[in-house]
Write a protein that binds this ligand. Structure first.
Ligand code: PMP
Length: 399
């Protein structure tokens, strides 16, 4: 019997395909603007100083012997403070269920599984567009999906009216996925006032907001400020869920450290939800790997190391903001007749450039510049050395 004859390869991930094409190109001045990973101004990945310091501290404790339950609790507690605020009642009253997760992806997956378990007939509303893997995650969890309008191609900004309409027209008590800051792929975030209106409408509609926070700190350079959307919902008395990732803001991609938290009405509910989440995790990976959790807990709980981290987040975010300004400036100096304001209006790691698939194709073939076909530019791949070359190429293909 031939067990696997009916199997064809799964479709390639659009972001991984960009990396493959980039790696296969021998050109010495090629540029990878696909993957959303931070690079310094030399185009190199960096290990943050706070991570080096945390590593040195955990080496002196015998971490292989560490009690994983205690270490996980510390991670969850510190992560929750980042999202909900140092003095938040939610934390003081223990009104949340939190578990470590395999980075942001794992946290989303755990939540999708929980949703299916507890609300098998519910669906998830995803922004259009969103990180492509959201679609895969909720599909594989067998939760029905729908999109809500988010981005306006003409303004290259938020389609707020359409968003509010879709929130209003969804059945009461729906689950919505929201990016609290640095929306991927568009770099378009609602303003403070718009978040307030969204939160009020969610209240009227009894919707459940699930926040996927993969880039806390990357929008403004300030972790507190980037949590303000969530704080508005908190203030308005919503129960919410939140997936956190330390891949980007700590540069810990390979360590897969994240956290999922779900707010509850009281402690009893929190105990129940947490045990459900732990049971889901047990069938997938038992317990999470402990090294990254130790690093993140150390960074978040040691005041000196945390201060170093906050500065380093600011440095990364500022570099990306400078590259936005430089790219726009360079395009304007070249005399481009197109409007490039959105490059600096959008925030976070990504610029949703408005480049068409044909233009993206030409950038790869003629200029060795690689990005996804939706025209998303990872600003972290832009440096003072390549920004003029990039602007020139964009100008050539759009002129
Ligand atoms: N959510 C969003 C919106 C993302 O952009 C990403 C990373 N591309 C993730 C979640 C997952 O990131 P990770 O699993 O690497 O933490």
């Amino acid at each position: 019997i031939r067990w696997w004859d009916h199997v064809t390869p799964a479709p390639k991930d659009p972001i991984n395909s960009v990396t493959e094409a980039f790696l296969a190109d021998p050109c010495p001045y090629k540029i990878n603007l696909g993957v959303g990973a931070y690079r310094d101004d030399e185009g190199k990945p960096i290990v943050l100083q706070c991570v080096r310091e945390a590593q040195a501290k955990i080496e002196s404790s015998n971490f292989l012997e560490s009690n994983s339950t205690a270490v996980s609790s510390k991670l969850v507690e510190e992560s929750a403070k980042l999202v909900y605020g140092e003095d938040s009642d939610v934390i003081k009253e223990g009104r949340f269920a939190g578990v470590p997760a395999l980075s942001g992806t794992g946290a989303c997956h755990l939540f999708a599984e929980l949703q299916r378990r507890l609300y098998p007939n519910s669906r998830i509303y995803l922004p259009d567009p969103t990180w492509s893997n959201h679609h895969n995650i909720w599909r594989d969890a067998h939760v029905a999906k729908k999109t809500f309008r988010y981005y306006h191609p003409d303004s290259k900004g938020l389609d707020f009216m359409a968003l509010m309409d879709d929130v209003k027209n969804a059945p009461d008590g729906s689950f919505f996925l929201l990016h609290p800051c640095a929306h991927n792929p568009t770099g378009v975030d609602p303003s403070y006032e718009q978040w307030k209106e969204i939160s009020s409408l969610f209240k009227v509609k009894n919707h459940f907001p699930f926040f996927d926070m993969a880039y806390q700190g990357f929008a403004s350079g300030d972790l507190e400020r980037d949590a303000r959307a969530i704080r508005i919902f908190l203030e308005d008395g919503h129960l919410i869920g939140c997936a956190q990732s330390f891949a980007k803001n700590m540069g810990l991609y390979g360590h897969r450290v994240g956290c999922l938290s779900v707010l509850c009405d009281d402690k009893t509910q929190a105990v129940a939800i947490k045990s459900q989440l732990q049971q889901i995790a047990r069938t997938m990976y038992g317990s999470p790997p402990i090294h990254g959790i130790l690093l993140v807990s150390k960074i978040l709980s040691d005041p000196d190391i945390k201060a170093t981290w906050l500065k380093e987040v600011k440095v990364m975010a500022t570099r990306v903001q400078r590259m936005r300004a430089a790219l726009r400036d360079s395009l304007e100096k070249l005399g481009s007749s197109l409007d490039w304001q959105h490059i600096t209006n959008q925030v976070g790691m990504f610029c949703f450039s408005g480049l068409t698939p044909d233009e993206v194709d030409r950038l790869a073939k003629e200029f060795h510049i690689y990005m996804t076909y939706d025209g998303r530019i990872s600003m972290a791949g832009v440096t003072t050395k390549n920004v003029d070359y990039l602007a020139n190429a964009i100008h050539e293909v759009t002129a």
